[in-house]
Design a binder for this molecule. Structure first.
Ligand SMILES: Nc1ncnc2c1ncn2[C@@H]1O[C@H](COP(=O)(O)OP(=O)(O)OP(=O)(O)O)[C@@H](O)[C@H]1O
Ligand SMILES: [Mg+2]
Length: 463
């Protein structure tokens, strides 16, 4: 930061503004916003490029885009001007979507700075999906920086609200762009603990109690797993990360709650051999007593619209990542099966396929009749009649072979109900497996990044 001059800051701010509407901001636009004396902006841009803070593209037009290093610089400068961050130390944690850095506040206390890095693991797909035209926006106009800012905004808003309500979360200190500054939690990540010396049942129950208490306040974590929970020396449970937190009014609330409970049960049984019959459910065991979900959106830090935007975009990215993970074959098979079965079920909703076919034929007759008048050709009429007969026979055969119908075309309700139940169950199982897969992928990606970082000898904050 010391090596930056005010002009660098001006140019980067101009670039940030120009990137609101462009993935790659045209150089001329950046120059116009920065309003530096002639040629000054270009020189600064080249200098920043050399220092790898920005990226240059000259394919569709001459332009620049920021890298996370530049965005970090802008956020850090704002935070240090406010006095909330006075010095940065080493990187103490690294997730799939964030870097955690030890910093000091104005009183010299150790804090944690979380820099959101959404898209870090999907930069391949970002560059592939880059769109220079269409107003220069990525997909619907969001860039990774915008997404990271939204994520940080959400994290700060929820952390503040939960902290004020007395939930075990780190104390939020400040927020700017994609960065959240918070209290340093003195504890160990649940995933790093191999042995709890007999305290595992207590910790497990505390985790479940926390989940239920959250739900009573109208919130579901959505990703309550060993990577997002820290355990203190006196075995208290602290939630450090809640990117997917949703309201208990969410349309999938019951499943999401159930999934969190199930994931936690799986982890404790796998790692600590804790077998339990405790399995709280949202419908039976949770009585809502507060509405933190509504309060969060009403606080103004993070609106409901932003939540929906973030949810939709993250969902889109997860799907894209999964597509890239060679899952295609498996998914295709499943989808095909589901489509066939659903189509069977849908088909059975028709009153009687034979009648339907006759109806279709009649409709065809009307059209065909017009043509016949025009052509008046006997042979053509014969051919049409023959085709109709064949189709009718085919439909009758189908009706006979169709297990959804009994003999004369009446729906076999027993069978159809059974099939529909199995389709629904299968799709639920698929959703559950998908989430399990997503979690394990997340763990793997994190380990990879940590490995890569270990191999990088000279670490700097702006890597
Ligand atoms: N307040 C904190 N105090 C101490 N350590 C922290 C704090 N916040 C995060 N960490 C550390 O940083 C790591 C990553 O944090 P976090 O879960 O917030 O990021 P993430 O990108 O969501 O990671 P993941 O994908 O693993 O969930 C954690 O595993 C934890 O070890
Ligand atoms: Mg996390």
């Amino acid at each position: 930061m010391r090596f930056f001059e005010d002009e660098d800051f001006r140019v980067l701010t101009a670039l940030e503004m120009a990137m609101r509407n462009h993935d790659v901001a045209p150089t001329a636009l950046v120059e116009r916003i920065a309003q530096l004396p002639r040629g000054g902006c270009r020189k600064r841009l080249q200098d920043l490029l050399k220092r790898k803070f920005i990226h240059h593209e000259n394919t569709a037009y001459d332009g620049y885009s920021m890298k996370y290093a530049a965005y970090d610089f802008l956020a850090l400068r704002a935070l240090s001007k406010r006095g909330t961050v006075t010095g940065a130390g080493s990187r103490i944690g690294c997730g799939k979507e964030s870097d955690i850095i030890l910093v000091q506040d104005e009183n010299g206390n150790d804090c944690v700075m979380k820099l959101q890095r959404l898209g870090r693991c999907s930069f391949r797909s970002v560059s592939r999906n880059r769109d220079y035209k269409g107003n220069g926006k990525t997909r619907r106009g969001e860039s990774w920086f915008y997404l990271s800012r939204l994520a940080a905004q959400k994290e700060f808003a929820f952390m503040k609200m939960l902290y004020d309500e007395g939930f075990p979360v780190p104390k939020p200190i400040d927020h700017n762009r994609h960065v959240v500054v918070m209290e340093l939690v003195k504890g160990t990540l649940l995933n790093h603990i191999q042995d709890m010396a007999g305290h595992e049942h207590k910790v497990y129950e505390r985790c479940l109690a926390l989940m239920v208490r959250l739900a009573e306040h109208g919130l579901i974590h959505g990703d309550f797993n060993e990577f997002n929970i820290m355990i203190t020396d006196d075995f208290r449970v602290i939630m450090i990360d809640f990117p997917q937190m949703v309201s208990t009014d969410h349309r999938n609330a019951v499943e999401l709650f159930d999934r969190d409970v199930q994931n936690l049960a799986n982890f404790f049984s796998r790692r600590f051999r804790v077998e339990t019959l405790l399995h709280p459910s949202l419908e039976k065991d949770v009585e809502r007593t507060a509405a933190l979900d509504r309060q969060a959106f009403a606080s103004g830090f993070f609106t409901k619209k932003q939540q929906m935007e973030l949810e939709a975009m993250l969902e889109e990215e997860v799907d894209k990542e999964e597509d890239e993970e060679d899952e295609e074959d498996e998914t295709n098979d499943d989808t095909q099966e589901a489509t066939t079965e659903t189509s069977v079920a849908v088909k059975s909703r028709h009153e009687d396929p034979a009648k339907e076919a006759v109806k279709e034929d009649n409709a065809g007759d009307e059209e065909d009749g017009g043509e016949e008048d025009d052509t008046d050709s006997m042979s053509e009429t014969d051919t049409i009649a023959e085709t109709k007969r064949q189709r009718l026979n085919q439909v009758r055969r189908d009706v006979k072979d169709n297990p959804n119908l009994v003999g004369n075309g009446v729906i076999n309700m027993e069978y159809v109900k059974k099939r529909m139940k199995s389709v629904v169950k299968r799709s639920e199982d698929r959703e559950f497996n998908r989430n399990m897969h997503r979690n394990s992928q997340k763990g793997r990606a994190k380990e990879r990044i940590q490995r890569e970082l270990k191999n990088t000898k000279d670490f700097s904050l702006f890597d």
